[in-house]
Design a binder for this molecule. Structure first.
Ligand SMILES: NC(=O)c1ccc[n+]([C@@H]2O[C@H](COP(=O)([O-])OP(=O)(O)OC[C@H]3O[C@@H](n4cnc5c(N)ncnc54)[C@H](OP(=O)(O)O)[C@@H]3O)[C@@H](O)[C@H]2O)c1
Length: 248
């Protein structure tokens, strides 16, 4: 029986580490063709090499999601090589927590560019292909921070709330094209995400939080696989999950 993943062409931004990498491996193991984007292309190539050696089809494309043309090239490469984009996983993200009063405005800009505009560019890149195909699925990565606001996380939380708003608007608008839209909002998952925080106090707080109970990235990959594997007339619109031990 088909798992509804086998043979699908899945484009993943932010696939060089953490959730994106785990998902690339998991979906590839279920028969998906994966097209991987991120800035650290040597990491992508290592993953692609490994997947290819086990018989899977995979491609790496250098992609910085702050540049629309690069995200377009990522989606177009999938279509040129494999004929379609079945799933666009807008996963690339940055978390730089700090109190607003520290005025780390460059970090605010980076998070807005990557977490919001990057997702919009992913939609712009894949939507015309999916309209033409009359089918496809967007999976946009929000966070528990897209449901709650926490001190020192204002801008990150704002970007992740924005992902949910954009995804819900997209869901309503793409009905004529048979396109599914899924928001996935993870809690604490062990990845490189906390390593980009430059505010020492915030970094120490988050490190303690993650050390307490962060779960493996495969938890996210399984949620993605669940959303994709549903029959085409079932649209899993939103998944929110946390480590069992995470309170807030
Ligand atoms: N881990 C968690 O606890 C957690 C919880 C909720 C939500 N999330 C969300 O999950 C997503 C993935 O994060 P992660 O936890 O897997 O962290 P991660 O290990 O730091 O991975 C982030 C990925 O995004 C990529 N990226 C960052 N800036 C980029 C850019 N400008 N262009 C293209 N790719 C870029 C990175 O690749 P390069 O550096 O190679 O470009 C990397 O592959 C993010 O959206 C994050 O907000 C994570």
């Amino acid at each position: 029986m088909s798992n509804n993943i086998d043979g699908k062409v899945v484009v993943i931004t932010g696939a060089s580490s953490g959730l994106g990498e785990a998902t690339a491996r998991h979906l590839s193991g279920q028969g998906a063709i994966v097209v991987l984007g991120a800035r650290r292309v040597e990491r992508l190539q290592a993953i692609v090499g490994e997947l290819a050696r086990s018989g899977a089809k995979a491609l790496a494309v250098t992609t910085d999601v702050i540049h629309r043309d690069q995200v377009q090239k990522l989606a177009d490469t999938a279509v040129q090589n494999f004929g379609r984009v079945d799933v666009m996983l807008n996963n690339a993200g940055l978390m730089q927590r700090s109190p607003l009063e520290r005025l780390k405005v460059d970090e605010w800009d980076n998070m807005i560019d990557i977490n919001i505009k990057g997702v919009l560019y992913g939609i712009a890149a894949a939507l015309p292909h999916m309209q033409r195909q009359k089918g496809g699925q967007f999976i946009n990565v929000s966070s528990v921070a897209g449901h709650k606001v926490t001190p020192n996380g204002t801008v990150y939380c704002a970007t992740k709330h924005a992902v949910r708003v954009i995804s819900e608007g997209l869901r309503q608008e793409v009905k004529p094209y048979n396109i599914r839209t899924t928001i996935i909002s993870p809690g604490a998952v062990a990845t490189e995400l906390p390593s980009h925080i430059t505010d020492a106090e915030s970094a120490a707080g988050i490190q303690k939080f993650y050390e307490g109970f962060a779960i493996p990235a495969d938890s996210f990959a399984r949620a993605v696989a669940f959303a994709i594997s549903q029959p085409e007339d079932v649209d899993i619109n939103e998944i929110l999950f946390r480590p069992t031990r995470q309170e807030l």
